[in-house]
Design a protein around this ligand. Sequence first.
Ligand SMILES: NC(=O)c1ccc[n+]([C@@H]2O[C@H](COP(=O)([O-])OP(=O)(O)OC[C@H]3O[C@@H](n4cnc5c(N)ncnc54)[C@H](O)[C@@H]3O)[C@@H](O)[C@H]2O)c1
Length: 316
Amino acid sequence: MEWSGTKALVTGGAGFVPSHIVDLLVEQGATVTVLDNMQAGRDENLTQVRDRITFLQDDIRDPAVVREAVAGQDYVFHLAANASVPGSVKDPRYDLETNSVGTFNVLEAAKDAGVRRVVYASSAAVYGAPEYVPTDEKHRLQPTSFYGLSKLNGEQLGLMFHQMYEVPFTAVRIFNTYGPRQPRYVLADLVRKLMKNPRELEVLGTGKQVRDYAFASDTAGAFLAVARAESLNGEACNISGGNPVSIRDLVSIILKTMDLPDCKVSYTGQSWRGDIDHLEANIEKIRGIGYAPQVSLEDGIRRTIESGTIVGESEF
Ligand SMILES: NC(=O)c1ccc[n+]([C@@H]2O[C@H](COP(=O)([O-])OP(=O)(O)OC[C@H]3O[C@@H](n4cnc5c(N)ncnc54)[C@H](O)[C@@H]3O)[C@@H](O)[C@H]2O)c1
């Protein structure tokens, strides 16, 4: 129970990745509060811990709400955001107001509350189209979407609060996280399609795109480790599974796991506008604090499918 006696706020805690952080904090004995406006959060994501946490259904865009939620906390895991790239194309103002200004609200409240660390969910989207892979933290920052821009904004605000007021802050640049409760993107979309029609699968793009997946519990573990790593105070670091895979290979693993050897797979050739061919993280920096991914892609995909929690509709 490494977190016994500590108080932690998880913003966006009813969402996919944040709910895994909530699980781990509760398991480790922390006193956990979740602040989520349920824009994309789901009650079911917190069923397993609901009687052991404080749940505040409210909005990080309201500075007074955030101030009250942050007061008295030791740690703030700040993940509340619009997390959908297509969503940011439809409604860029929401990204500006939540991901950027909402993050400002969290940082200002953290400064006044004197918290021990704000750990912020940043994204590989801050790099834009990679100039080289595996991409390390020194890569130039040039987002290609409103989403990436707002995530970079949040990260830079955090570093500025650190520089100006010594607010303890770390940005974690998530590449692709997958696992139970995943609401969107390739892996969830493929599983959803196969549940509807196990005989045929149409895959967006050429299948040659490469992704670097971390299982949700590994990402959650990384957030907890980072929160206590003094060497990462005032820093940004990448997180991924360190095991890049092509979409073609990903499809094979999924078909094998779902026992669908006869499924007919076709590729559309053209992907969605702005899709990136090769995303792969250099994770040496976070490995430096002892982080090592625990769950293999095969095992993680099996656990994801068996969880039966991939529901809803694709965004593409
Ligand atoms: N899933 C990934 O692979 C990935 C990759 C890079 C970065 N991230 C970042 O990790 C975080 C979580 O992503 P996710 O994929 O779990 O998304 P998610 O949508 O499941 O979780 C985000 C949560 O934030 C809540 N939220 C949104 N606006 C809010 C507001 N104004 N006030 C309070 N709560 C609000 C939503 O209701 C939701 O529960 C996000 O910050 C996202 O940018 C995720």
